[in-house]
Write a protein that binds this ligand. Structure first.
Ligand code: DAK
Length: 262
């Protein structure tokens, strides 16, 4: 499948491989317009539905992961039109429904909607030149794709308020210190690191991978008691899988497990 605003490829040699989606509007620093968000939804759905894909990497270019929603589009809308058309909302949420792990590999700017996309991913790996921010306030706006909600959950209220109210950017080191980013690597090692993490996930039991992701995400949607209860039931459910028998046997027999994803 070919896209106007994305490049996609499948990487890896194993039974399960990594689906890579690269945002590709370099002249506009990957500003997120309707076409791009439509295509991203399609590409994510296709990889998520493909049994040969074990993990997805979402990345951008060297200078920008994405510099936010396309401001030329935002400039044209008034409230009535935006509300009636369900501006942006209708095609921004697909990432939330992807069940396989999505790794964001971020170089350069991840601003506004770009930062919000990053925060919808499961693991964030940043190049040392990455810069994150929610500068919507400088446009007379507020974040519109979860920035005011996910940022405080990721970095705490103090840092989130600082970023949202001033619109300043934070660099990769600050983002890692604050908990927004899992790993920072030299820019020329970004894809190697992200693909390495993805390949490691591809080798694991697909059932267990889905369950781990679902349980961690539950922590953001529920209170502690309900979350732990959900985890306990999922933990019990894992005892019904062949992969659990294979994983535990392989450990005891000191060999590498061969998961069948069932
Ligand atoms: N939109 C459109 N074009 C953009 C862009 C953007 N967000 N960011 C950069 N560009 C374009 C520039 O206009 C320029 O185009 P030309 O002049 O070459 O034609 C080209 O990309 C290169 O940019 P610069 O010349 O500015 O490059 P610099 O290195 O000097 O500066 C920068 C890079 C990233 C600091 C700067 O471009 C910048 O400040 N960009 C805007 C960043 C920003 O404000 N982002 C937040 C946008 S608001 C919603 C969901 C989400 C959102 C809203 C609603 N719903 C679900 C309802 C999200 C809103 C936002 O993201």
């Amino acid at each position: 499948m070919s896209y106007e605003t994305l490049l996609t490829e499948v990487i890896g040699a194993g039974e399960r491989r990594t689906g890579v989606i690269r945002l590709n509007r370099p002249k506009q620093l990957n500003a997120l317009n309707d076409t791009l968000m439509d295509e991203l939804g399609v590409a994510l759905k296709a990889f998520d539905a493909d049994d040969a894909i074990g993990c997805i990497v979402l990345t951008g270019g060297d200078k920008a992961f994405a510099a936010g929603a396309d401001i030329s589009v935002l400039a044209r809308f008034d409230f009535a039109r935006a509300y009636q058309m369900d501006l942006i909302t209708r095609n921004w949420e697909q990432l939330r429904y992807v069940r396989k792990p999505v790794i964001a590999a971020v170089a350069g700017f991840a601003l506004g909607g770009g930062c919000e996309l990053v925060m919808m991913c499961d693991i964030v790996i940043a190049a040392d030149n990455a810069r994150f921010g929610q500068p919507e306030i400088k446009l007379g706006l507020i974040p519109g794709a979860g920035g005011t909600q996910r940022l405080p959950r990721a970095v705490g209220k103090a840092k989130a308020m600082d970023l949202v109210l001033t619109g300043r950017m934070m660099d990769a080191a600050e983002a890692e210190r604050s908990g927004l980013v899992a790993r920072v690597v030299p820019a020329d090692k970004l894809m190697e690191e992200a693909l390495g993490a993805a390949a490691a996930i591809c080798d694991l039991s697909a059932v267990s991978v889905l369950a781990n992701k679902e349980c961690v995400n539950r922590a953001f949607e529920t209170g502690l008691s309900d979350g732990v209860h959900f985890e306990r039931r999922m933990f019990h459910a894992m005892f019904s899988t062949e992969d659990k028998n294979e994983g535990t046997s392989a450990f005891l027999e000191k060999r590498k497990p061969v998961f069948k994803h069932r």
